[in-house]
Design a binder for this molecule. Sequence first.
Ligand code: FES
Length: 224
Amino acid sequence: MLTALGELREIFLQDDGLSGRITCPSGLVPAPGQFLLAGRPGSDDPLPVPVFKAADSAGGFLAAAPLPETWLPGTTLHLRGPLGRGFSLPKTCSRLALVSLSAAPARLLALLPQALAQNASVVLVSGFIPADLPAAVEVQSLADLPEVQKWSDFLAADLPRESLPGLRELLGLSPEMPPPTGQALVYVPMPCGGLAECGVCAVNVKRGWKLACKDGPVFDLSDF
Ligand code: FES
């Protein structure tokens, strides 16, 4: 884990808020599903915020929305990370389902370079479809999710903690059916990144409570 300064070089207005291009030392660039804690040095901002990668960018990375609206191009950022457990896309994956139950799928799209490099077919299920989505990615609706999960050999999801209780039903799983092979990024506030053990990021899994900032935010689907 590193601590260093970075800079927000550009911002982009997306469906779910501001995304942005951040420059930083290469060792700070988070892997898909990992995050940095970022804040403005010397500001009155109450807490640092988790920042996830949406895509690679020269000298840093494209950060997924939502970034704070007070961050403007040229803002210096104090960055700490990479933190947490990210996605582990198997090298053998040939049918990848990306399933976003969050506002937008940007955090999942960070998996695309690896998936396309290994010639995996990719289906995206999301209520928000990015304008610059590669043509190789097929789009399906939420109603098709049970079929998509059966088709996939790996399912990567992004969802708010509140949607965990209804996840199996959305996937079309009866109580006795095992979950599909895959992982889920559980999106929760992570104000301390584990430093203060605040517990705000607690996620209820089969074996009890886990901290998203340390044990996640990416969990195996078999945990739910
Ligand atoms: S963010 Fe404080 S314990 Fe996870």
